[in-house]
Design a protein around this ligand. Structure first.
Ligand code: SAJ
Length: 432
């Protein structure tokens, strides 16, 4: 049997490659001609450890092929983006389901009785039912599952949210437990049978709406906990207490586990998914909404801290350490470190150096603002002010003498870790 993966991005492409590595015949579908051509040539257009080799082998073995248009298959896995739309400043962002709708409408013509359609994209509650309705409107000749009925259907539909951590995608795709939310019991059974072919974790069955909210809850939980840590950082700054020491001490309690404050929450999920809950239940989701605000104001707060330090110095050289949204990856999209560096470049008229060991050249936006790409050693030799924005492993190899006689704004609590000889050790929560 053949599996079609629709959307070959950070989730879809690794999923397609892992399926092929399990001997399954996979056709990947993407609207980007460049992505399709790259994959068919055995190359990849995204960065994820181990993925390039896996894709190359799968394409070479003839088990993975990419196409711009869907073709017949027995299982369709939809892994397209669900961004959010913000019409006016200050308004609650609302989910944009257009990619899911387009994906559903594109596969509708090739569906046949007995097929299984799985939605893996992170989705607001009710999206899987909505997708079934879109499919039903496109294919009046087939019966799709509807809410609260267990009558016979031609097509099985389930929501099985992806939950893999960027940087560990290939392991987590196989090892993590899967939440399987069918639109009926038979839909769940069909989806479980599919995941059992390559997942070593447990497949836990629920309904589609609960599965949708489970995924959103996981990321909102993390966002809220990071917001708590960020608020403690504000409180500590006000009271002149070291937040890192405070958290280390509080975490000695057996039932306390505070995450790390930082320059803000980046990435494509944790800063987005809580809004899907807020937009579905605006009256009820007060804490989740407030957490978003706390985390979203962090970059501005850090920029102001740096500005205060810089204004007391004469023509200082500033070095920003790290641009990625979290340690040891090259992903600069939705990164608070990038946001802060850009804002500093726009507002300060002094020499600004950026260090990012995981990329080869600076993004154009920074080059245009005359930010200089520097290696770690020369940046530390030249800088008067150092802004630590990401705790990359290269920075954990430093020692505190590298920072002597400099003003340091340490958004990641790197210095206390160097002091404590925790060199190279991940901090609680910071590496997922
Ligand atoms: N961060 C902090 N303090 C912390 C932990 C993280 O400021 O203590 C920041 C990071 O620096 C980063 C952001 O939060 O900017 C998010 O990083 P992350 O490592 O927490 O998460 P992501 O976005 O890489 O992946 C998350 C994961 N979700 C959870 O851990 C609940 C992953 O399992 C999901 O699959 C992924 O979102 C997704 O696709 O939804």
């Amino acid at each position: 049997s053949r599996v079609s993966v629709v959307g070959l991005g950070y989730i879809g492409l690794p999923t397609a490659a892992v399926l092929a590595a399990h001997g399954i015949d996979v056709i990947g579908v993407d609207i980007s001609k460049e992505a399709v051509n790259a994959i068919n040539a055995g190359r990849i257009h995204i960065v994820e450890p181990g993925l390039a080799a896996l894709v190359q082998r799968a394409v070479g073995a003839g088990l993975l092929r990419a196409a711009e248009k869907p073709e017949a298959a027995e299982v369709f896995v939809i892994a397209v983006p669900t961004p959010f739309l913000q019409d006016t400043a200050g308004a609650t962002p609302t989910p944009d389901l257009n990619y899911i709708r387009a994906a559903a409408e594109s596969i509708a013509p090739v569906l046949k009785p007995g097929d299984l359609v799985i939605l893996e994209s992170t989705s607001p509650v009710g999206t899987t039912e909505q997708m079934s309705q879109w499919l039903q409107s496109a294919r009046g000749d087939l019966v799709f599952p509807q809410r609260d009925t267990n009558s016979p259907v031609d097509i099985h539909i389930a929501h099985c949210p992806e939950r893999v951590l960027p940087g560990r995608v290939l392991e987590e795709l196989v090892e993590n437990d899967r939440i399987v939310g069918g639109l009926s019991a038979a839909c769940s059974d069909a989806a479980v049978a599919f995941y059992r072919r390559f997942v070593r974790g447990n497949c836990i069955v629920t309904d589609a709406r609960t599965a949708e909210l489970t995924k959103l809850t996981e990321n909102a939980f993390r966002d809220t906990n990071i917001a708590f840590a960020n608020e403690m950082a504000l409180i500590c700054n006000h009271l002149n207490i070291d937040v890192w020491e405070l958290i280390r001490l509080a975490n000695r309690h057996p039932r306390v586990d505070i995450l790390n404050p930082g320059p803000g929450v980046g990435g494509h999920c944790i800063a987005v998914d809580p809004w899907f809950i807020v937009s579905s239940a605006p009256e009820q989701a007060q804490l989740i909404k407030q957490a978003r605000t706390v985390n979203d104001t962090r970059p501005t707060y850090i920029v102001e801290q740096v500005q205060r330090v810089v204004h007391s110095l004469k023509n200082p050289v500033i070095a920003c350490l790290g641009l990625a949204f979290k340690p040891d990856i090259d992903d600069l999209r939705e990164s608070p470190a990038m946001q802060i560096t850009l804002q500093l470049a726009k507002t300060l008229c002094c020499e600004l150096l950026a260090v990012e060991p995981n990329i080869h050249c600076l993004p154009r936006t920074l080059v245009e603002l005359a930010v200089e790409f520097a290696d770690l050693d020369s940046a530390l030799a030249r800088a008067d002010v150092v802004v630590i924005l990401v705790d990359h492993k290269e920075f954990l190899q430093l020692n505190t003498t590298h920072f002597s006689h400099k003003s340091v704004i340490d958004t990641r609590g790197l210095l206390p870790r160097l002091d404590n000889g925790e060199r190279g050790e991940p901090q609680r929560g910071s590496r997922g």
